[in-house]
Ligand binder design. Sequence first.
Ligand SMILES: [Zn+2]
Length: 677
Amino acid sequence: MSAEVKKPDLAASRTALEKELLAKYGEGQRDRLARGLNQVVQFWRAGDGDAKAFEEFVRANFAGDAATLDALFTRMEFAMESLDGHMVEINRDFRMQSDLDRGPIYPFDETLAGFDPSAHVNDDFFANKLAFVVLLNFPLTTLEQRLAEGEGWSRRQWAEARLAQRYSKRIPADVNLAIAKAASESAQYIAQYNVWMHHLVDERENRLFPPKMRLLSHWNLRDEIKADYGDTASGLAKQRAIQKVMERIVTQTIPKAVIDNPNVDWNPFTNEVRPAAEKDSDAPPPATSAVAATKPTNAPEPDTRYATLLADFQASRKADPYSPTAPTLIARRFDENRELPEARVRKMFEDVLTSPLVPRVAKLIEKRLGRPLEPFDVWYSGFKQRGKYSEAELDEIVRKKYPTPEAYKKDIPNILQKLGFSKEKAESVADNIVVHPARGSGHAFGAGKRGFKAYLRTRVEKEGMNYKAYNIAVHEMGHNVEQTFSLNDIDHTLLAGVPNTAFTEALAFVFQGHDLELLGLVKPDAKSKALATLNDFWGTFEIAGVALVDMGAWHWMYDHPNATAAQLKEATLGIARDVWNRYYAPVFGKRDVVLLGIYSHMIDSFLYLPDYPIGHMIGFQIERQMEKAGNIGSEFERMAKTGSVAPDLWMKKATGAPVGPEALLAAAAEALPELAK
Ligand SMILES: [Zn+2]
């Protein structure tokens, strides 16, 4: 328990209050009252007042008749919408200089951008007891209840459940601080984990990679493997070398000296380290005396990867006692963030991993490669196809059409009509979207409050918008349209939004996937669609295993809370090998591979990886439904108006089936014969 948490004895007060208020409001309130008292007692601390203060609070704030309860609900819904909207507004305005293409960013701009106006809101509402008013009157629910009973709930009941969920935990400031510290330290550890590729050498001192190539683990390493499929001369050798580097990172046999260091050469196969024979970095070389003093050795990185993960775990579990309806990080991720039970998610992954389509797709990849699969082929990228138009041709078309952000903004009603929205809908939604020039690649900001606008930030170069920026703008616009329907056209603002991020991403990808048609260019043919489907299928097959390793590591840590970093390393390697041997070895013909443990998210993102395969599945479900209905616009609107109910309920309403891999598997099954033609 955190030092600041002391709890007063409220048992006698609770019993007396129950009797008193039942007499006042009648038997009909028995269950509500008992539940409300339990919920308040659960979170009440000595600092909130003594037993007398508790009694006075409950007497004053229990809404024991329907009229008072309605008034409370209406007031809270209105207040929360205002709070959310203004928090978004403050955040957006404080970040304006950092986010927009508007000249230099000064240090004070960074301070403004780093400010989080909502950081203390939860604490404030427990301090002024608004949170207790909600807890006294509305039900806290577990995921199990929301799934078992939620289908029968009214929209108002769902809105009440969402309102109460805002106060389902009261995490002390020192615990939140410890979690933030672990998150920032792990992010920093990952952010500097570069490998200088020109300094990878083989036995004959060959350098496979160009000077100055500096790859961040794991993203850039993985993407280089993908890119190397296009290099017929030395792609295979490069891929094998990167696989070896990844294995060294996962097993922590990587020499500490080679991490983010262009001053040494390294043979990842023999693990030999020497002073660099070539210089390719712009940084000044270390002083000769320093080199002499620290002759590079191949002493391994001392399990820092696993110490970092362990620190994430130790910080996360500090919050467990203050989160009664989701008392582990694992439960908070699955039951709260995703709202899909872990067991079902695991089953969904296994359905993909054990699908009879896997060996068929693997065979096809071997045929396309002209060689047996090697472990790094989990990142096979050869289903990605270059379109009919070159990037340069597309750039020219887009630049002409959209020379400025204003030109894009003006065209939004046309774009939306092409996607099947009525003229009237297209115009009203377009009215709600403000287009700004982005400093980065582009992003979307929802409104949070009705009457506020949604913001589309898109990158426009001096000579006009290029194709890549346009492609992203169409994606971000998908978010804006979802944000507009799911806030402005919904019955309860407490249900604004979508069940989780995978849903808004899936909706945005639907828009993005039609970008060429929107330019008046031909739509992808059946073959390129089949290729894109198999690309997604293979990507889901890969990331589902990675997610199982992430889940396995967190379970192991909860089962072994006192483990050392070295023990966690051994356990994680065991889990990675086990997942590989079970699902991948049969198609790759090689056992005990540890590659599935390479993802950096595992170290800095606190059990985030399962979101990726779930996202792929949701994407296919939504897309196939729109194809079936034959109209994107009306389906998009219908789906987005469902709001933030449980994912399975949303998906059943949208497609007739709960969240699952069936749509992805069906699409892949149709794609295979298409490619055999
Ligand atoms: Zn997105």
